[in-house]
Design a protein around this ligand. Structure first.
Ligand code: SF4
Length: 358
């Protein structure tokens, strides 16, 4: 999302998206039997400006860390950043630091969730810097409707504040059906602003989803929420990101997803290939080795020099997505994910990871 605001699909910010905490206390607000702790964070600012992220929109994430724990999640570094800053500033002891990082550096992202208390006050102040016509995307780094939202309702509070705005563009990205709870306030926002809801889903297969996304809501629940949003007149569609080479990129797999999106009434659908950032590798490659051992070497080769998918692969995937968009009656992918324009006719088997591309 960006430029003409919410007309674009969400992009993964490359730079840090969370402001350094102004005051981090280790105050535990709640705990789960599974060991997850919810910890208070009181930031002075909550809107990340385009200058900080390199994107052309403002972004906001009510929580740092995410219990859904997707293996391909690129946002783990934001959690590490907050924890390391707090430790460097003397706000976490060494033992708290060890606990907040976890043994491999990625676990804590799923189990130590920072809750940005007093978010509305900070948002109030930040909104003074946002000009009419600007875009604000919620959920660029962590899911705004993750389980913590049921307890803390920060996202709803943010939306209620934003419903008083006018002439802005808003995008929301989520894997959670909990977003349907907020149809009332979303409808109010949409009356005076642009709004685009991206329900995120990479597969309709619940077993595959569970393998790749430790605790995300089942696909059917997400599609049902999408249906409810559209039925309520909300501008909502599906974001298929990341497409995982050799796992979820076949025509048959994507076709099933696109058909499900159509059936749910999605107003648009976007898709983009996996980006394998350093923070993703630590978590994703071991899981790949466990379930798809023959893919490990190919991924390592394909992503050896860059985090993004190889250019030829991304181009071929974009063409495949466009054909499926057309087949299912969706508008063509026109967002940042679709940065590689088709320049030649695709060849058979071009997307086969097991074949020549990777
Ligand atoms: S839902 Fe989003 S933020 Fe949460 S773990 Fe999955 S990819 Fe990361």
């Amino acid at each position: 999302m960006g430029g003409s605001a919410v007309g674009k699909p969400p992009e993964l910010p490359l730079a840090l998206t969370d402001q350094p905490p102004n005051r981090l206390t280790a105050a535990v607000l709640d705990e789960r039997l599974r060991g997850t702790k919810f910890v208070s964070l009181t930031p002075k600012r909550v809107l990340n400006p385009p200058s900080a992220t390199g994107m052309d929109y403002w972004s906001l994430n009510p929580y740092v860390g995410c219990e859904f724990g997707c293996s391909y999640c690129y946002a783990r570094y934001t959690h590490r950043y907050v924890v390391e800053r707090a430790h460097d500033n003397g706000k976490l002891t060494d033992s708290e630091f060890a606990d907040f990082r976890g043994p491999h550096g990625w676990e804590a992202f799923e189990r130590r969730i920072f809750v940005k208390e007093q978010i509305v006050g900070a948002l109030d102040a930040d909104l003074k810097r946002v000009q009419v016509g600007a875009t604000i995307v919620i959920g660029t780094a962590t899911d705004p409707y993750q389980p913590a939202e049921r307890r803390f309702r920060l996202t709803r509070a943010v939306l209620q504040r934003l419903s008083r705005c006018e002439g802005l563009s808003f995008g929301i990205i989520t894997k959670s059906p909990l977003i349907a709870r907020d149809r009332d306030v979303l409808a109010r926002i949409q009356e005076r602003n642009e709004l685009q809801i991206h329900v995120s889903l990479i597969t309709t297969d619940p077993k595959l989803a569970r393998r790749l996304e430790a605790r995300s809501p089942i696909p059917a629940a997400r599609l049902r929420a999408l249906q409810q949003l559209v039925a309520a007149g909300i501008n909502a569609g599906l974001i298929v990101a990341p497409v995982l080479p050799g796992i979820t990129d076949s025509v048959a797999h994507l076709d099933t997803l696109f058909a499900a999106a159509r059936k749910a009434g999605a107003l648009f659908i976007h898709a983009g290939a996996l980006r394998l950032y350093a923070a993703v590798r630590d978590r994703f490659i071991p899981l790949l080795g466990q379930h798809y051992p023959d893919l490990v070497e190919r991924y390592e080769r394909a992503y050896a020099k860059q985090a993004g998918a190889p250019r030829e692969y991304a181009r071929a995937l974009a063409r495949r997505v466009q054909r499926l968009q057309k087949k299912h009656g969706f508008m063509r992918n026109e967002g940042m994910i679709d940065r590689y324009r088709p320049s030649r006719v695709p060849t058979q088997g071009e997307l086969e990871l097991r074949g020549s591309l990777l």
